[in-house]
Design a protein around this ligand. Structure first.
Ligand code: KG4
Ligand code: ZN
Length: 331
């Protein structure tokens, strides 16, 4: 079994996965979202202290599995340095005390592997849309650890734009789930927000212009009613999603992809409206959409363990001294 630790942002999570069967034997996540919600976003120092408490309390529960462990894995990058350090220190301590190898995992690869939790890998090449609080990327995955970024955001990420629009509407953090819910009762045609980069041939994403267009509309309203909030949410979500659909359509139309499946991952992949719109587009190209179970869309230790298993079975180990943390990193 492999033990995996995730602490890159505001979720403290530990999972234990059987290496051969890929089956989870233990997993627990303690989310801090409600606590940070009071401050309108994640407060790094507070998150760090909460991880200290949460990770140690979860560790108390896994004692019975310790004799079966073959490796310790941990998220090392990208993320908040003061929270990554909590998980990495714990992982290093476990590695030394239990004399087990350590495997560092890139959080973005972890999100991609949320598609394979308790499953075998898919056939490659695949296309991946990674949409989270920090990233918006279209990625070609040609093998278990071969990734090519086709398009990235020029400014804000999709998740961030949901969070910022929610803040403008005085809604709680994280904004994504709240906006999605409000949008269900909203008129998506009431506000004609621009679809970003719709006139540009660039394979890139951008959300700052759309965010500002939403801000201007909100300023025009004397008083923001509940219906206004729903209509703004629906209209924003429509433009934000159309942006992805337009860029993806353009890419798929080149016909050079040959992809077997399309995966959507990251916190925003929990959004059923976006999943639905993607499915409609992809069906025209006969490409099946796959997505993680809803509980694996946001940060979790299970996805970290799943990628670590692929490294482990190929004999990959990291040197303890070389395990470091990074706030930013590529795939
Ligand atoms: O992957 P994640 O948990 O953390 C990062 O690695 O960033 O993603 C968090 C982001 C937040 O911006 C949150 O608002 C967004 O995912 N999110 C959603 C939904 N659920 C979470 N965005 C849109 N619709 C949702 N249902
Ligand atoms: Zn994440």
């Amino acid at each position: 079994m492999i033990l995996s630790i995730e602490s890159s942002c505001d979720d403290s999570s530990i999972a234990i996965t059987e290496i051969e069967s890929k089956r989870l034997v233990f997993s627990k996540r303690i989310s801090q979202a409600e606590i940070h919600s009071e401050y309108g976003g994640v407060v790094p120092e507070l998150a760090s202290r909460l991880h200290l408490e949460a990770l140690t309390s979860i560790l108390e529960e896994i004692k019975e599995f310790i004799p079966n462990l073959k490796a310790i894995s941990v998220t090392t990058e990208p993320g908040l340095l003061v929270t990554l350090v909590e998980g990495v220190t714990m992982a290093k301590a476990l590695s030394i005390a239990l004399k087990l190898p350590i495997i560092g995992v890139n959080h973005l690869k972890g999100h991609i592997y949320s598609l394979f939790i308790e499953k075998e890998l898919e056939e490659f090449p695949m296309l991946i849309l990674l949409v989270s609080g920090g990233h918006t990327q279209l990625i070609e995955m040609s093998d278990w650890n071969s990734f090519k970024v086709i398009a990235s955001t020029l400014d804000d990420s999709l998740g961030e734009s949901y969070d910022k629009v929610a803040k403008m509407l005085k809604l709680p953090y994280p904004g994504g789930p709240v906006i999605e819910k409000l949008a269900q009762n909203g008129d998506e045609n009431r506000f004609a927000f621009p679809v970003p980069l719709s006139q540009s041939p660039k394979m890139a994403f951008s959300y700052s212009g759309l965010k500002n267009a939403v801000r201007l509309e909100i300023q025009k309203l004397d008083e923001v009613t509940e219906q206004d909030k729903s209509d703004i949410s629906a209209s924003f979500q429509k433009s934000a999603t159309q942006h992805i659909i337009q860029k993806l359509k353009k890419y798929l139309k080149t016909g050079k992809t040959g992809v077997k499946k399309f995966g959507i991952v990251g916190g925003v992949s929990a959004n059923l409206y976006i999943r639905g719109e993607l499915e409609k587009l992809l069906s025209n190209f006969n490409i099946p959409l796959i997505a993680p179970e809803l509980k694996y869309c946001s940060d979790n230790g299970e996805m970290i363990g799943r990628f670590a298993i692929e490294r482990f079975i190929r004999g990959e180990r990291d040197e303890l001294e070389k395990i470091d943390i990074k706030s930013r990193s590529l795939l």
